[in-house]
Design a protein around this ligand. Structure first.
Ligand SMILES: [Zn+2]
Length: 238
């Protein structure tokens, strides 16, 4: 399929919350983007997998992604097991993404930090010729870590000021998670819609401010950035 950019995360809505603005911005630039949810989010206390699948489809449309799929790993059991890694490697061979966005490797939820390791190792294995799976060996060129919710310093921030409103709509498409029916309101497991909105806004503003724009999404790459022209570097120092 030759995607330009693929975001991989544990649960439907993780990608929207962490790097939805960047995905939309890249789609607007003409890149072919995609989202791979490792699980269907079936352990969530709200909504059914069917409802979440519909919500995920609406969100994907809002973010203009060309492809969205679920790997079929059981929710709450994301881990870099051989079986999951092979399945992911086969998917990487099909989608052939140039760049992959993964969650940061430090997180509260085990599915989130395991998604990071599983994602990296699946991408690596996909490039091994003799791996016992179908498809032509392939390895993505670049791996980026989305760190919106991690306690880590980003190596760069993407300006999503123009995409912020649409990203907000994509996140709110997951109604069952954020807009519970009155009968379900008593549960404290999930963020209330007001708190979620305030938190989203605060985070995006915080990272935006770091690069002198209104809204931003933070990323980390393990490699150093190569710079060709130090005179044209962006973001003011003083
Ligand atoms: Zn999640």
């Amino acid at each position: 399929m030759n995607l330009d950019l693929l975001a991989i995360a544990a649960h439907p809505d993780d990608v929207e919350l962490s790097c939805g603005g960047t995905l939309l911005k890249m789609a607007q630039r003409g890149y072919k983007t995609g989202i791979l949810d490792l699980t269907a989010g079936e352990m969530g206390t709200r909504g059914t997998p069917e409802i979440r699948a519909k919500e995920a489809e609406s969100a994907a449309k809002l973010l203009a992604v060309k492809w969205r799929g679920t790997l079929g790993v059981p929710d709450s059991d994301v881990q870099p097991s051989r079986q999951h890694k092979l399945r992911l490697a086969a998917m990487i061979r099909q989608l052939r993404p140039k760049t992959v966005i993964l969650p940061h490797w430090e997180a509260r939820h085990p599915d989130h930090y395991h998604a990071s390791t599983l994602g990296y190792e699946g991408c690596f294995l996909a490039g091994l010729q003799r791996l016992p799976i179908e498809g032509e060996a392939y390895r993505p060129f670049k791996i980026l870590y989305s760190i919106s919710y991690a306690d880590a310093r980003p190596t760069f921030v993407v300006d999503i000021t123009a995409q912020y409103e649409q990203r907000r709509r994509a996140i709110l498409a997951f109604r069952s998670q954020f807009r519970p029916k009155n009968s379900e309101k008593k549960s404290k497991v999930h963020l209330s819609i007001d708190r979620l909105e305030a938190e989203m806004n605060h985070l995006a503003r915080h990272y935006g401010q770091m690069i002198g724009v209104v809204y931003g999404e933070p990323f980390l790459q393990k490699e150093l950035m190569k710079v060709a022209d130090v005179v044209k570097m962006e973001v003011r120092s003083i």
